[in-house]
Write a protein that binds this ligand. Structure first.
Ligand code: EPZ
Length: 418
C-alpha cells in the first residue's frame, strides 16, 4: 500500500502554483461529448479523477490527445454503449456522462457513481431533472437506464442547490426543444465555468452563477476552445497550510474572489495575508483568534475546505466550532487529529475545536479526499514523522502534491508500506 511520509515542523517558503479546478474539469470532460467536433480544453489538472474520466471517454470511442495540461477531444465516433460499473465506480463525477449522453443521444445506461464516503450522496435531484425534461428512468440494481423519445424544456426547481444536479440538468437540457429554467440552482464558480464552455460550443445559457439558470435548447453544438478555472479548493488548502507553517508562502494562479468566505474567516483569526490580483502570500503567526464556521453552498464557507480548516483551528487560542450542513459524514479526520494531539469533540453535525494544541506526528489514515488534506496540513505542522495511509484518496484531487510541497521546503514523500 502507498502512504505519504511527512517530517513536520518545517518552515514552508517560496511559490506554489495552483492547477485547474478538479470540480470543473470533471464536468467539462464528459460535457465535451456534446460537441459534434473537436474540443480543446486547457489547464486540466493532472489528477487521478481526470484520468478516470478520460478512460471512460476512450471506452466510448472518443479520441484523446493530451499535451501536458491540454486535452484535445474528438467526439465524432462515439459509441453510446453501457458504461460498466468498473469505470463509473471510480468517482462521483462519472454521473456527468448521464446528462451528456442523454442530452446528445437521448439515452444513457450506466451504474451509480462512486465518490468519497462523506454521505449517502443520492442522485434523486439529477433524475428528477431528467424526468422533468421528458426522460424515463429505469433502475436495474445499481444500473440506470435513462431515455427519452424527445427532450422538452421544463421549469425545474431543485429542492437543494446541488452542484452536480445543476450541471447535469444543464448538460441534458442544452439540446432539448424549448426553454429550461433551473430554479434554486447552485452558484459555484465551477457551474459558471461549465456554462461558459457550453456557450462556447453554441449553447444558449444565461444566469449561471445565480440561482436561476435559463437554457434555450439548440439543435447542434460545435467544437470549441476552453480553459479550466483555477482550483479554489486546492488554493484554499495551501493557504491554510501557509497559515500553519508558511513564511511569505506565495500561492499563485488564484482568483481571490472565489475564496472570499475562507479569506474573511482567516482575516477574522488574524492570519497575515497579502492578497494580489492572482496570488495570495501568507505567513504563519503565533497567535490566532478562535472563530466559528458553518458550511454553506457558494458563496458561503465551502464544505470542501472545512476539513483542512479544522486543522488550522487546532492552533487558535480558545474554542472554535464548525457546523457541517452539506454532508452527513464529513468529520472522519477527527479521531486521527486527536491521536496527533488535537482536542476536538463532535456533537451531531457540530465539531468543537479547543486550542492551541501541540501536534505530534503518528500513523493516520486518509478516509476521504479532504480528510486526507486535513491530515497533510497536520503532518506538516506536527513535530516528528506522520505516515498517512490510503494516499490514493489525496492524489485524486491534489495535483503533484508531493512535488509542490517539496519545492517550498517540506519533507514529504510517497512510500510503499506493508
Ligand atoms: C460537488 O459534489 C463536489 N464534487 C463536492 O466536492 C462538494 O462537496 C459538493 O459539490 C458541494 O459543494 C464535485 O463537484 C465532483 P451536491 P456533489 O450535489 O455535486 C444532496 C470534493 O471534495 N443531494 O451539491 O455531489 C447531497 O446529499 C467533493 O471535491 C441530494 O440530496 O454535491 C448533499 O447533502 C466532495 N440529492 C448536498 O445535496 C441529489 O440528487 C450537496 O450535494 C444531489 C445532492
Amino acid at each position: 500500500m502507498k502512504a505519504l511520509e511527512i517530517i513536520g515542523n518545517r518552515e514552508l517558503t517560496g511559490t506554489l502554483t495552483i492547477a485547474g479546478a478538479k470540480n470543473s474539469a470533471v464536468a467539462l470532460i464528459p460535457a465535451a461529448i456534446l460537441a459534434d467536433d473537436l474540443v480543446t480544453i486547457y489547464n486540466i489538472p493532472d489528477i487521478a479523477d481526470t484520468k478516470a474520466l478520460c478512460d471512460i471517454l476512450t471506452y466510448l470511442g472518443v479520441k484523446i490527445k493530451k499535451d501536458k495540461e491540454t486535452l484535445i477531444l474528438d467526439p465524432k465516433n462515439i459509441n453510446n454503449k453501457k458504461i460498466d460499473e468498473r469505470l463509473s465506480k471510480k468517482l462521483r463525477a462519472s454521473y456527468y456522462f448521464m446528462g451528456a449522453l442523454l442530452g446528445k443521444y437521448k439515452r444513457v445506461q450506466m451504474y451509480f457513481p462512486g465518490g468519497c464516503s462523506i454521505g449517502l450522496r443520492p442522485i434523486n435531484l439529477h433524475l428528477k431533472g431528467f424526468e422533468a425534461l421528458g426522460a424515463t428512468v429505469t433502475q436495474e440494481g445499481n444500473c440506470y437506464i435513462v431515455e427519452a423519445e424527445k427532450l422538452k424544456g421544463a421549469d425545474i426547481y431543485l429542492d437543494f442547490a446541488s452542484v452536480g444536479a445543476t450541471i447535469n440538468i444543464m448538460l441534458a437540457a442544452v439540446k432539448a426543444t424549448g426553454k429550461t429554467i433551473i430554479d434554486n440552482a447552485a452558484k459555484e464558480p465551477e457551474i459558471v465555468n461549465v456554462a461558459t464552455f457550453l456557450n462556447n460550443m453554441g449553447a444558449k445559457i444565461t444566469g449561471a452563477g445565480t440561482s436561476t439558470i435559463i437554457i434555450d435548447g439548440v439543435d447542434s453544438l460545435h467544437g470549441c476552445f476552453h480553459e479550466v478555472i483555477p482550483d479554489r479548493i486546492e488554493a484554499g488548502t495551501y493557504l491554510i497550510i501557509g497559515a500553519l507553517c508558511g513564511k511569505n508562502l506565495k500561492i499563485k494562479n488564484v482568483i481571490p474572489e472565489h475564496l472570499e468566505a475562507l479569506i474573511s474567516k482567516m482575516s477574522e483569526m488574524g492570519v497575515d495575508m497579502q492578497i494580489g490580483q492572482d496570488y495570495i502570500e501568507v505567513t504563519k503567526k503565533e497567535k490566532y483568534k478562535p472563530v466559528n464556521i458553518k458550511t454553506l453552498t457558494y458563496p458561503g464557507f465551502p464544505t470542501d475546505l472545512q476539513q483542512p480548516f479544522m486543522t488550522l483551528l487546532t492552533q487558535c487560542l480558545g474554542k472554535s466550532t464548525i457546523e457541517e450542513t452539506i454532508w452527513e459524514n464529513r468529520f472522519m479526520q477527527v479521531p486521527y487529529l486527536n491521536n496527533m494531539g488535537a482536542k476536538i469533540e463532535i456533537v451531531g453535525q457540530k465539531a468543537c475545536i479547543n486550542g492551541p494544541t501541540l501536534l505530534t506526528g503518528c500513523e493516520v489514515e486518509a478516509t476521504d479526499l479532504r480528510a486526507g488534506a486535513s491530515l497533510v496540513a497536520a503532518g506538516l505542522l506536527a513535530s516528528g514523522k506522520t505516515i498517512i495511509k490510503n494516499v490514493e484518496h489525496i492524489l485524486r484531487g491534489y495535483e503533484q502534491i508531493v512535488e509542490k510541497l517539496t519545492n517550498v521546503g517540506a519533507k514529504i514523500e510517497i512510500k510503499e508500506i506493508d
